[in-house]
Structures are given as structure tokens and as C-alpha cells.
Ligand binder design. Structure first.
Ligand code: URA
Length: 426
């Protein structure tokens, strides 16, 4: 059946539910290049304003999945479970979580991306490890998943190609910020990767993609509904992202910190979020194991080493460091009350850790090391932040981003939970 795309645009403009046949046709025709970008843009803008009914969105997501391959992981002997984070500053959790959950007996097939904007990308971080390869064939991915239980790699061009086209168009037409479009974009890619179960880490706060808790909650429950509708057991944790996670933001710096956590040390907030997500993943996968034990007894570190080596990386190679380090000292005595995640993310990005356009290179060593987190006592003149960069000319712009990043006061801030809520299928 073919449709006139202008009728579809008008229907959504006037607030109607698109029929299943209209949705299927539009996604297929746009992916194949038979619908012009300006017409797809008009439809996306109408969706931003009018939204979609839950069953209409489920159909839209199913059509996006059907636009490409869905990986078949049925040959993997263990239950498969993945995690997706909506992105945060210092969010290195995947690096620790994937080997940890694999060490507990599940298999984690994580297709990941590169960073854009103020949040870092998991592949950029892993690529700082000498020899490590992000691009695997589907056969290699399935083999490593069977042998090691964890794989983190880039998605091939054949998974959800409709999303690749639509996301690029949304980026330049002011149509990214719509719950229906964000949820279908994320879930089409995750469902196409073939996992049995999925835990979503939806970040809330200044450093998050959606700072507002109500929007984050709605995104979480929409994505959980879409996953369940496709037969993927799905749940979400809403987690705090007002403060960066851990004490580092930047590619190799975050790998170093992740290895510290895998070796039984590392910052308490990173450990807490990792264990909360691991427990959620293991429960959805039906695996009865305590991830805290696998972290403490070295099994997670052992799986990390095998995961890195299976993709050509040398887990013992020294990590790259930046050529230049500048120290920012505390301006006063007191207690650190606020360390703004977005400001730290933007500063790390300006130091070279992130990219402005997807084809830009990133610096392996650039980023920020934090010497204190909210609640810690600080002393005037003592180091508070280290700015790492290969290019000292970047320091001024990074300092500007940090102008209003820090509050020091007399009393400690009220403690707030890192895991704010859990969203499960109703
Ligand atoms: N990440 C995605 O993959 N898609 C969106 O629409 C937004 C964030």
C-alpha cells in the first residue's frame, strides 16, 4: 500500500493517530529515500507538538526496528541483559558493569556510541586502551559474548537504519526534544541488538540530557513500555546527575578510575550506582548472584582483562596522559556544597575530551580530575580540580565554563539519594 506523505503530515498536524499502515509505510519509505527530508521534518515537528498514542508509538518503534537487522543471540548459552544510560558526566559505569555482570553469569551484549557534546562516549574511553578495537563483525561479537560473557562495541550500519536517518534530521530541525521520538530512537537500537532484558539508567539533574525529573520519569516509563511490548524485559532506574560521577571526567582518566573500582577501590558513588544497576540487571536476567562479591573477589577484574584482550586491547598497557596539567585551587575554606556536572562536562569537552561534530577527533588524555566532591571539607589554596589537556590554549575556555561550577559554604549540603527511583512495567 502506498500513501501520500502530505496526508500523513496533515493527519498528525491535526492531532490524529496515524494508522499502523501509515506508520509502516512512512518509516520504510523514508529509510529508502522515497520521502524527502523536508516532508519528514514536517512530520517530526507535528509529532513534537501532537505526541503519539502509546500503541502508535509502539508501532513506530517496531517499524524502526524492522528497518534493519535484529541480532540473533539465541546461540549464546547465558541469559542476555544490557544497560543503556541516557548519558552523564563522568559516567564510566558501563566499563565496570559489563564485566561485573558477566562475571556473575549473565551475558552483556553492549552496542555503544561515541560521545557528542558534554557527555563522554563509552567507545571513546575504551579506544584509549592500546590495540582495542570497537568495530567487530556480528560473528565476532557473538563468539566473544559466548567466551567472555561481555562485549562492548560499535553498532553496525544494519541496526535500525531508520533511526540513523531520523536522528540526523532531528538534530538539525529542532525536533530532538520529544519523549516519543527520544524513546523510539533509543529503544529501536537497543531492541535490535537482540538482548533478552534491558535496564535503563535515566539520568536526572544539571548534567543530564533531560534535567527535569518529570520528563525523565516519563521517558523512563515510555521506554519500559516499548521494551516490554517487544518482548524485552525492561526496567529503569532514575539516577542523580547534578554532580559528576566519580572523581574523573575524560577518556583515559575514566578508564583508569574504572580499573580502580574493578580492583576493589574507587569512589563510593561509582560503586553504589554500578551495584544498583548490576542487581537490577541480574534480577531481570534471572541470575541469582551478588555483584558486590564478584567485585570484591577479583572476578570482575579478571573478566575485564579478558574482555579487553578479546577485542585486541592490552589491559596492561600504560594509559595515555595529557601533556599539560593546570591546577585550580579552592578559593576559600569550608565545605564543598556544589560541583556542577554540566559545567565539569563542558570544561572537559573544551579541554579536548569531547567533540563538537561527530567527525572530530578526541584527545585520549584530556579531562578533569576532581579532588573533592560535595560534602568534603576544602581548604583555601589547596588543589580542587586538575585540568588535563594536550593544548594549553584550551585552558582559558575550560576555566570560563567553570566560572559558576563550584559553591563552598559553611555547612554540608543535605544528602540526596543517588538512585532516585525505579520504574518497572505496570
Ligand atoms: N539518544 C538517542 O539515541 N536518541 C535520541 O533521540 C536522544 C538521545
Amino acid at each position: 500500500m502506498t500513501f501520500d506523505v502530505v496526508d500523513i503530515i496533515r493527519a498528525k498536524r491535526d492531532g490524529h493517530r496515524l494508522t499502523d499502515a501509515q506508520v509502516d509505510w512512512f518509516i520504510e519509505a523514508y529509510t529508502a529515500g522515497a520521502v524527502a527530508d523536508e516532508q519528514a521534518s514536517a512530520l517530526l515537528m507535528a509529532i513534537v507538538w501532537r505526541g503519539m498514542e502509546p500503541d502508535e508509538l509502539a508501532r513506530w518503534t517496531a517499524a524502526m526496528i524492522a528497518s534493519g537487522d535484529r541480532l540473533d543471540l539465541s546461540g549464546v548459552a547465558r541469559p542476555t541483559v544490557d544497560k543503556h544510560s541516557t548519558g552523564g558526566v563522568g559516567d564510566k559505569i558501563s566499563l565496570i558493569l559489563c564485566p561485573l555482570v558477566a562475571a556473575c553469569g549473565a551475558a552483556v551484549p553492549q552496542l555503544s556510541g561515541r560521545g557528542l557534546g558534554h557527555t563522554g562516549g563509552t567507545l571513546d574511553k575504551l579506544e584509549t586502551i592500546s590495540g582495542w578495537r570497537a568495530l567487530l563483525t556480528n560473528d565476532e561479537m557473538v563468539r566473544i559474548l559466548g567466551e567472555v560473557g561481555a562485549v562492548i562495541c560499535g553498532a553496525s550500519g544494519d541496526l535500525a537504519p531508520a533511526d540513523r536517518k531520523l536522528y540526523a534530521l532531528r538534530d538539525v530541525t529542532g525536533t530532538v526534544e520529544a519523549i516519543a521520538l527520544i524513546a523510539s530512537s533509543i529503544m529501536s537500537k537497543k531492541i535490535a541488538e537482540g538482548t533478552d532484558a534491558l535496564v535503563l539508567d535515566v539520568k536526572v539533574g544539571s548534567g543530564a540530557f533531560l534535567p527535569d525529573i518529570h520528563m525523565a520519569r516519563e521517558l523512563a516509563s515510555t521506554m519500559v513500555g516499548l521494551g516490554e511490548a517487544q518482548g524485552v524485559r525492561t526496567s529503569a532506574l532514575l539516577t542523580a546527575m547534578d554532580t559528576p560521577l566519580g572523581l574523573t571526567a575524560g577518556n583515559a582518566l575514566e578508564v583508569r578510575e574504572s580499573v580502580e573500582v574493578l580492583a576493589g577501590g574507587g569512589p563510593a558513588d561509582v560503586i553504589e550506582i554500578t551495584l544498583a544497576l548490576a542487581r537490577e540487571m541480574l534480577e531481570l536476567a534471572g541470575v541469582d548472584a551478588d555483584p558486590a562479591v564478584a567485585l570484591a573477589d577479583g572476578r570482575a577484574l579478571d573478566t575485564w582483562r579478558r574482555m579487553i584482550a578479546a577485542q585486541g586491547g592490552d589491559p596492561d598497557a600504560p594509559l595515555p596522559t595529557a601533556d599539560h596539567v593546570e591546577i585550580i585551587t579552592a578559593p576559600a575554606d569550608g565545605v564543598l556544597q556544589r560541583l556542577d556536572a554540566r559545567a565539569i562536562g563542558i570544561a572537559a569537552w573544551r579541554l579536548g575530551a569531547g567533540r563538537a561534530r561527530k567527525e572530530d577527533p578526541v584527545s585520549a588524555g584530556a579531562g578533569i580530575v576532581m579532588h573533592a566532591k560535595p560534602g568534603d571539607a576544602v581548604q583555601a589554596g589547596a588543589p580542587l580540580l586538575e585540568l588535563h589537556t594536550d593544548d594549553p590554549a584550551r585552558i582559558d575556555a575550560a576555566r570560563q565554563a567553570l566560572d559558576d561550577a563550584i559553591t563552598i559554604g559553611a555547612v554540608a549540603p543535605d544528602p540526596s539519594p543517588l538512585v532516585i527511583d525505579r520504574v518497572r512495567a505496570s
